[in-house]
Write a protein that binds this ligand. Structure first.
Ligand code: ADP
Length: 159
């Protein structure tokens, strides 16, 4: 049985993330989606409880996916949960550079390998920071996020 960890800030979860989760759920027995408790990224939008709730609702159709959060090293969480691999999505070359370094560092400190899944062709321009910016100014991102996220953005910004 192969279990993988998909970590991220997911602020908020968007269709690109969901696509990666669905691909992972097809190929691995168990997928754990873990949102980082205190993202380093500035300009956060949703608190952890909201981010978690949106992920739980958005993956309800995937029986082998569970959702958790963490405030530790990703590799420590992967070990604690008994995950065989870390899974990350790759959009563009910039992702590759940072993710490759992170993957090598994670392997160096723990021996855990990272597997990369390419972003779906129609999702490769999706990034949570861009969606946050558009939503804050009242732009419509409904088509780019799962319905539970669209609902919360509507409640927050009326967009
Ligand atoms: P973002 O980069 O959108 O702020 P996260 O930090 O939560 O999102 O990213 C978590 C993981 O999801 C990373 O591995 C990132 O490369 C991947 N990811 C982000 N956006 C996409 C996308 N549009 N398609 C595929 N993978 C993505």
């Amino acid at each position: 049985m192969t279990k993988v960890l998909y970590p991220g800030s997911f602020d908020p979860l968007h269709n690109g993330h969901l696509d990666i989760i669905e691909v992972a759920a097809r190929h691995f027995d168990e997928v754990v989606v873990a949102s980082v408790r205190n993202p380093q990224k500035t300009g956060g939008l949703f608190d952890l409880d909201d981010r978690q709730a949106m992920i739980v609702e958005s993956v309800a159709h995937l029986p082998n996916v569970t959702v958790t959060s963490f405030a530790s090293l990703t590799v420590d969480l992967a070990k604690e949960l008994g995950c065989d691999f870390i899974v990350k999505g790759l959009r563009v070359v910039a992702d590759f550079e940072s993710e490759l370094m992170m993957a090598r560092m994670n392997h160096a400190v723990s021996g855990i390998d990272t597997l990369f899944i390419p972003a779906g062709a129609s999702n490769s321009f999706l990034a949570s920071n861009l969606l946050r910016e558009i939503a804050r100014f009242g732009g419509d991102v409904t088509e780019m996020v799962p319905p539970p996220v669209a609902k919360r953005l509507l409640e927050k910004y009326g967009s």
